[in-house]
Design a protein around this ligand. Structure first.
Ligand code: ATP
Length: 246
């Protein structure tokens, strides 16, 4: 069954600054072609999971002290984040991390630097097909785009890299509800039409579960509940504590 998984996180422990234990024996899996949601409140450790998967922890003084992460059957070592883009894993970080002084198109070009031998024009077309608004604004300075357009650009940068897995950290952050719905609709389409697997971190559980196939809920460094979306959304505790229903 392991062959059906694009990403596997097995029993990892992460410690920051040799003092703060952020993850405590956390395991999860992303099947090929699926959207998996990782939910939980502020500080639960969701972003830390994504940073561990994309080998970014050393930059923040974080250390995986236990466990193992596998991407497409191969171990992820914490020393070479740049090689992961080439292997097909792209991390859309929280807060959009685009180049504010560059144009939309320059931001997309920058995303291809880590790659080689790509048809750049064709790759841009993919982005503009999913995000027509970015096509209209291709010569605009990214820093002047609206919050929603900046999030679109952050996801567009991932698309240009033609990844097999996209890690998405809080794409709903700071956006109006209608825009969140629009962007999540597009994320779901990208998953379906491009076959890209996704690990989606969100505090907004209901919108995440509206597009995910499977969900994990975490608290203080561990998974507390997980299951297929239908099972989670019909669970009384999940409804009450995470979906704000009762
Ligand atoms: P948020 O939604 O705020 O991003 P989160 O669920 O993603 O929350 P993390 O950012 O992964 O949570 O943080 C998990 C724990 O690790 C928190 O206690 C946080 O304070 C701590 N932590 C995160 N990054 C660092 C760091 N660079 N140095 C020290 N501690 C950190």
């Amino acid at each position: 069954a392991t062959g059906d998984l694009i990403l596997e996180v097995n029993n990892i422990e992460v410690v920051y600054n040799k003092a703060i234990q952020a993850l405590r024996g956390l395991s999860l899996a992303v099947p090929k072609g699926k959207i998996v949601a990782l939910l939980g409140s502020n500080g639960a450790g969701k972003s830390t999971v994504l940073k561990a998967v994309s080998a970014l922890l050393p930059m923040e003084n974080g250390l995986v002290t236990e466990g193992r992460i596998t991407f497409d059957g191969e171990a992820v070592e914490q020393n070479a984040p740049h090689t992961l883009v080439r292997r097909g894993l792209f991390h859309v970080m929280e807060g959009r991390r685009i180049f504010a002084d560059l144009t939309v198109e320059e931001n997309l070009t920058a995303a291809t630097y880590a790659l080689t031998g790509r048809d750049i024009a064709a790759d841009f077309d993919i982005v503009y097909r999913y995000f027509p608004r970015l096509a209209e604004r291709r010569k605009s300075i990214a820093g002047y785009l609206s919050g929603g357009e900046q999030q679109m650009l952050a996801i567009g940068r991932a698309l240009v890299a033609k990844p097999r897995v996209i890690l998405l950290d809080e794409p709903s952050l700071g956006l109006a509800p209608l825009l969140v719905e629009e962007i999540f609709g597009i994320i779901a389409r990208i998953n379906r039409e491009e076959g890209v697997s996704m690990l989606l971190v969100e505090q907004n559980a209901s919108v995440a579960l509206s597009i995910a196939h499977y969900g994990y809920i975490m608290e203080t460094g561990r998974i507390v509940i997980d299951g297929p979306t239908e099972k989670l959304t019909s669970d009384r505790d999940v409804q009450e504590f995470y979906l704000g229903l009762s």
